[in-house]
Design a protein around this ligand. Structure first.
Ligand code: TEU
Ligand code: CA
Length: 542
């Protein structure tokens, strides 16, 4: 079925790092307003805005203390309204980040809840056990127990993330109604939908039994995700709120396997439109977690992507992305951010725009921004990384090695400021940036990309135009043509009797073309150079 949210190109903005308008070193809403023309020039259709709500920033805004207020460091509600209007004038939609698995511990509800066992807000959160005994061995995402002791009432509260992010009790209808009310508040302003943070975790298990493993991905899959009432809640949310608006919803889904995907996004389910599956984002996480880095091959990536494609081919829809604010830069992880940075970023962008599903591009990837290698632990800001360094220090492990792991996996790799030009601080701020810029901004920046016809930026703009000319890229069926190759990722899209073949070279080598495209046409021109340069993408219409 045709749906507008299948035909769009999405773009994620992490507002803290996009553009600072007032010199305090923090990106803000007026900074985004300054760049509306730039955003429109890209040809993107929808922006997912990471949280801009009131927050003590323990987890950079994913710990919300007031769902109805804009954090002053980002601006005012008037700024927000103006941004929304300016984007809509340009035909760009905006979706908000809905973070409702947990609040900040500085949210009024939690401040009340912890006061006493008979406080009216007590049941807004999940309290168990007593000082003598931890409720179980569950671990939190960012290290340490998932339970925090509160001496006030001699009990523990549950937090899947930091201890400043207590989990809400979705069993409580009052909690659900508060959230629905808030969703309506934003939708009635005219926002175009939600990206729903860790939506798979809302429904807690019936029994809080010990886990066989303390690995976070194991815990997510076996204890935290897909709880018994998750679909009751999502269907209720649809009934109470979502169903009344023409919007798009994408749920972030740790622990959602492809086997259960359609329960969330099946067209007949009245739940969500699509999910951000994370299998390919944890492809290189070893048993010890993300900083226990494991090898992966192109074949592993294909297996995951194809598995999801297959699982959703009938009655579902995918989102296609290769990075976001939680994971390394796509070119540093899946491409080659050295010698072949330009070629491999272009190829990966082309890949995102020709796979089957709604593509989501993370800000900065349109100019080929890369991971950053800060020299000292002090330069890092992300709570996950800071906690990791602390652990390394406490256990007297090798700090130099830890730093190298963070260079590869840390979330700050993608949270550094956008590189606008080659002036001080990459043109991001006139003040001191909240986190350092990547020194490579002198050569990698938006301004210099504008000047070059062949830049990654202009390739991206042209490719979006190209994609939009033909619904084959949206509705065409998908088939992988070569699952075994460790160098080539090639696939076919088919629509109304026409076929397109996409060949991506995921290697540093020049390759011969597979025989099924020899002598065919590339983008309308006969292919007189039947070779693939390193990291090249070629498209054949058959
Ligand atoms: O992320 C939750 C999640 O499942 C992971 O992607 C996790 O952040 C990552 O593996 C840690 O390395 C969401 C948000 O996207 C993230 O920024 C928040 O920190 C988290 O929820 C808590 O709200
Ligand atoms: Ca600012």
């Amino acid at each position: 079925m045709r749906k507008w949210w299948k035909e769009i190109v999405m773009y994620q903005i992490y507002p803290r790092s996009f553009k600072d308008s007032n010199g305090d070193g923090i990106g803000d809403l007026r900074g985004i307003i300054e760049k509306v023309d730039y955003l429109a020039s890209l040809g993107i259709d929808l922006i997912w805005l990471s949280p801009v709500y009131q927050s003590p920033n323990d987890d950079n805004g994913y710990d919300i203390s007031d769902y109805y207020a804009i954090h002053p460091e980002f601006g005012t509600m008037d700024d927000f309204d103006e941004l929304l209007q300016r984007l809509h004038e340009k035909g760009i939609k905006l979706i908000m980040d809905l973070v409702v698995n947990h609040t900040s511990d500085e949210h009024l509800w939690f401040e009340e809840s912890r006061k006493s066992k008979d406080n009216p807000y007590r049941d807004f959160y999940i309290w168990k056990g007593n000082g003598g005994q931890l409720p179980n061995n569950w671990q939190s995402w960012f290290g340490g127990s998932a339970w925090e002791y509160d001496k006030n009432t001699d009990s523990y509260y549950l937090h899947y993330f930091t201890k400043k992010q207590p989990d809400l009790n979705w069993e409580n209808p009052k909690v659900r109604n508060e959230i629905y009310k808030n969703m309506r508040f934003w939708l009635d302003k005219g926002v175009d939908g939600f990206r729903m943070d860790v939506i798979s975790l809302l429904s807690k298990p019936e029994v809080f039994s010990d886990s066989l493993s303390e690995n976070i991905h194991y815990l997510a899959e076996h204890h935290y995700a897909n709880g018994p009432k998750i679909h009751t809640y999502l269907q209720e949310m649809y009934e109470q709120v979502l169903g009344d608006y023409d919007i798009m919803t994408v749920g972030e889904g740790p622990g959602i396997t492809k086997e259960v995907a359609l329960d969330y996004i099946g067209e007949d389910r009245n739940e969500l439109n699509m999910i951000f599956q994370l299998d390919h984002m944890i492809i290189d996480h070893g048993p010890g977690g993300k900083f226990d880095i494991a090898d992966f091959s192109l074949r592993d990536l294909k297996k995951i992507m194809d598995g999801w494609e297959e699982a959703t081919a009938n009655g579902g829809w995918n989102n296609i992305f290769l990075d976001n604010h939680d994971f390394p830069r796509m070119v540093s992880r899946f491409g080659n951010d050295g010698e072949f940075r330009e070629a491999s970023t272009k190829m990966l962008l082309g890949f995102l725009l020709t796979q089957k599903g709604t593509p989501c591009i993370y800000m900065g990837s349109e100019i080929g921004m890369t991971n950053v290698k800060f020299k000292s632990p002090e330069e890092y800001r992300d709570i996950e990384t800071v906690n990791y360094f602390q652990e390394v220090k406490d256990q007297q492990l090798n700090m130099e090695e830890a730093l190298q792991k963070v260079h590869i996996q840390g979330r700050d790799n993608v949270r550094i400021p956008i590189q606008w030009n080659d002036s001080n601080n990459a043109g991001f701020t006139d003040g001191n940036p909240w986190i350092d810029v990547n020194p490579n901004y002198k050569s990698i920046n938006v301004e210099s990309s504008e000047d070059h016809k062949d830049s990654i930026l202009n390739f991206f703009r042209d490719f979006i135009k190209y994609r939009k000319q033909d619904l084959i890229w949206v509705y065409g069926s998908y088939e992988n043509l070569d699952i075994d190759s460790e160098l080539l990722y090639s696939y076919q899209r088919e629509y109304e009797g026409r076929r397109m073949i996409v060949i991506c070279n995921f290697s540093n080598y020049q390759l011969d073309l597979p025989d099924y495209v020899q002598g065919e046409y590339v983008n309308g021109n006969y292919d007189s150079t039947p070779k693939l340069r390193p990291w090249e993408i070629k498209i054949y219409s058959i």
